[in-house]
Design a protein around this ligand. Structure first.
Ligand code: A3D
Length: 320
């Protein structure tokens, strides 16, 4: 069986990390693409020169031309600009929307059968625009944010309780921004829903509220520490787990920005929901039952995403 081909569109901090993980995990041949000359070639060669150390039989190449991504099975998109301290994700909208147009057209021409994972921010609006610019089916275009936000939530819960991350299932839904919805009732530590953890004295309600708040602001915490850009190790690992679920038909259910057609009362936009990812891309959306409080927070998040989509439509008249 021929090796799979993974195209990384954007070869900056996340793109380079994705290439390294994909090579180590022998997921397939990797093409790094970027507009910056030499950057994808240099990162590709550096990582290729590491493959004999861990015996990974994959090729890594760099490209500044979209022909390099031809026939890719998976495209992971990080092209654009990240946040600097003091910026919100939404401040990136104008510049990254233009990047999504170029990337979408490149994918449409050269990799129309790929499963596309968008990471560029503001995530929920960019994945929506990328799907339109590429013309790929909705189930083959998805956004990565929820796996990362939920992983942060799980890590903070593990830190507080001392329970292994392996036994924590944390969920965040909604848009990837300050309005994201950490799902307290649906998240479990050692099988116990979080409200029961509080009832059993593992942590106080104030401590749980603090963890929820830190999860919502997790991206900003890293930006403030790094000062030069945003998180890249955890985002890259998160996107690779989604790519693997597609390439290996694992059918994992993960929080992802998927296109909703009525699920959770959302129609015609991308927002973070539990999505089953297999060989057909997003094969199903799993509908959690939400109480009134959760519905209110989710709707607030959807409203914020709709505001960004309206801003995109205002900038580019071809978007519907
Ligand atoms: P960075 O290291 O700056 O890499 C971005 C790369 O994109 C650079 O190498 C640019 O040269 C390249 N680029 C710019 N324009 C184009 C273009 N038209 N075509 C191809 N390449 C281009 O950023 P990063 O890797 O740290 O972050 C990438 C994106 O991911 C940013 O928008 C971040 O905000 C976003 N991000 C999202 C999450 C989520 O959870 C959704 C988390 C962290 C970062």
């Amino acid at each position: 069986m021929a090796r799979k081909k993974i195209a990384l569109i954007g070869s900056g901090m996340i793109g380079g990390t994705l290439a390294h993980i994909a090579a180590r995990e022998e997921l397939g041949d990797v093409v790094l693409f970027d507009i910056a000359e030499g950057l994808p070639q240099g990162k590709g060669l550096d990582i290729a020169e590491s493959t004999p150390v861990y015996n990974s039989s994959v090729d890594l190449k760099g490209a500044n031309d979209y022909e390099g991504i031809a026939g890719a099975d998976v495209c992971i998109v990080t092209a654009g600009v990240p946040r600097k301290p003091g910026m919100s994700r939404d401040d990136l909208l104008g510049i990254n929307l233009k990047v999504m147009k170029a990337v979408g057209e490149g994918i449409k021409t050269h990799a129309p059968n790929a499963f596309v994972i968008c990471i560029t921010n503001p995530l929920d609006a960019m994945v929506w625009a990328l799907q339109q610019f590429s013309g790929l089916p909705h189930n083959k275009v998805v956004g990565m944010a929820g796996v990362l936000d939920s992983s942060r939530f799980a890590y903070f819960l593990s830190e507080k309780t001392g329970v292994s991350v392996a036994d924590i299932h944390a969920w965040t839904l909604g848009g990837h921004g300050d309005t994201m919805v950490p799902m307290v009732r649906h998240s479990t530590v050692g099988g116990l829903p979080l409200p029961q953890l509080v009832a059993q004295g593992w942590m106080t309600q104030e401590e749980l509220d603090g963890i929820v708040d830190r999860t919502r602001k997790g991206g900003g915490e890293i930006v403030a520490l790094l000062k030069t850009g945003s998180a890249y190790y955890a985002p890259a690992e998160s996107a690779i787990s989604m790519a693997k679920s597609y390439l290996k038909d694992q059918k994992r259910v993960v929080p992802a920005a998927a296109y909703c057609k009525g699920q959770f009362g959302v129609d015609g936009i991308y927002v973070g929901v539990p999505a089953l990812i297999g060989a057909d891309g997003v094969e199903k959306i799993v509908e959690f039952d939400l109480n009134d409080d959760e519905k209110g927070m989710f709707q607030n998040s959807v409203d914020a995403v709709n505001g960004l989509i309206d801003a995109c439509k205002g900038i580019d008249g071809s978007l519907k």
